[in-house]
Design a protein around this ligand. Structure first.
Ligand code: MG
Length: 375
């Protein structure tokens, strides 16, 4: 379990404990108290710290001895242990090497790190091909799609329909979003998440990433992936088939359900989430507003351009969101900076993790200067 101190990681540990699934390894970016506590709660587990401070490194070595390893390669090493289910809950494109390592080793990758596919889709698919692993999505929409697609042939799919909550600014016009505050943007109506993904939900960039993620996960072209705004977040996504049938996967919004399904697949196991009641519900669906939320349009644009363009989209967005969170740019400048970065960098093929890292650095530097930072 990688990224154990994040929201997905914590819930994954909880799900594993309830299922009785042994935890062979845990990893996180920093050597925090929480990681140390998790390491002590799992005395059999190997522990990785990707970017420790010297103090953290001393402390972890003192407490855990030889079962802890350090550095960015530590995550990929843990992910490549044969016969593992690797839950990748790392945040950002830093999660790509672990995804590649898991698949190359023939492991099941329970993928919560969508940036692996957004930034490095072609590289991840090549690793899947080489290693013969399997990729099971943990992202709630993609888990819903995979559950709807189980037992179906991809030839019979007319389109995938990704649900979007619409975020806190659903129904607002583009102009009215100019002056929104960080606090307003962080106030997500239905899902509890980290700050970057919460801002990405407010701009609909998260949905843009999910369109690209769906393309790589299921091999469906962009013309056959739609987004519908569904503010109640009960229908997690839908598949329309060529005979006119629609399948939807529904339930209370709770990430423990997709996490558990990715671990138990193709079986199911009893869960502890709230039972779902159909009665007394209003489920509504609307078209996304691409004028107020241009990031979604940019997602399709980058996805269709292919190659390095989605990696540029991801990197530029990460920098722009950071600038917004630090109150250096306004909310609507996020999309503007991403668009300018995307337009400035010519798409090129991605063949390796290094190719992804290179375009990632280039896009970050450009977005950073567009956000008013010095290069
Ligand atoms: Mg999602």
């Amino acid at each position: 379990m990688l990224g154990v101190t994040g929201s997905i990681g914590r819930q994954s540990l909880e799900v594993a404990a309830r299922l009785g699934t042994p935890v062979a390894a845990i990893g996180a970016r920093r050597g925090s108290d929480e990681l140390l506590a998790a390491a002590q709660a799992h005395p059999e587990a190997l522990v990785g710290v990707a970017a420790p401070t010297p103090t953290e490194q001393d402390r972890f070595t003192g407490a855990l001895g030889s079962r802890v390893s350090f550095g960015s390669e530590a995550m990929a090493d843990l992910a490549s242990a044969p016969g593992s289910i690797v839950v990748n809950g790392i945040v950002g494109s830093a999660g790509l090497p672990a995804s590649v390592a898991a698949l190359e080793a023939g492991n099941r990758l329970a993928l919560a790190n969508k940036e692996s596919l957004v930034a490095g889709g072609p590289v991840v698919l090549a690793a899947l091909q080489r290693g013969g692993g399997e990729m099971i999505p943990v992202d709630s929409e993609h888990s819903a799609l995979a559950q709807c697609l189980a037992g179906e042939s991809l030839d019979s799919v007319r389109r995938l329909i990704l649900s979007a909550s619409g975020g806190p600014f659903r129904g607002r016009t583009g102009e009215s979003l100019d002056g929104v505050t960080v606090q307003e943007a962080l106030d997500h109506p239905t899902w509890e998440m980290g700050p970057r993904i919460t801002i990405d939900s407010a701009t609909l960039m998260n949905k843009a990433f999910e369109v690209i993620e769906a393309h790589f996960l299921f091999g469906i072209d962009f013309d056959r992936i739609d987004v519908v705004v569904h503010p109640q977040s009960i229908v997690h996504s839908l598949v329309e088939f060529v005979d006119g049938s629609l399948k939807a996967q529904m339930g209370e919004p709770d990430m423990r359900v997709p996490i558990q399904w990715a671990i138990t697949y193709p079986q199911r196991a009893p869960g502890t989430v709230a039972r779902f009641s159909l009665t007394g519900r209003d489920l509504t669906f609307e078209e996304p507003d691409l004028n107020a939320f241009p990031c979604l349009r940019l997602g399709y644009q980058a996805g269709r351009a292919g190659g390095s363009a989605p990696a540029v989209l991801n990197a530029a967005d990460e920098i722009a969101v950071q600038a917004f969170l630090e109150r250096r740019i306004g909310f609507t400048s996020i999309a503007a900076i991403v668009e300018q970065t995307l337009d400035a960098i010519e798409p090129r093929p991605l063949e390796s993790i290094e190719d992804v890292a290179m375009v990632d650095r280039e896009a970050r530097a450009l977005a950073h200067s567009l956000a008013g930072g010095s290069c």
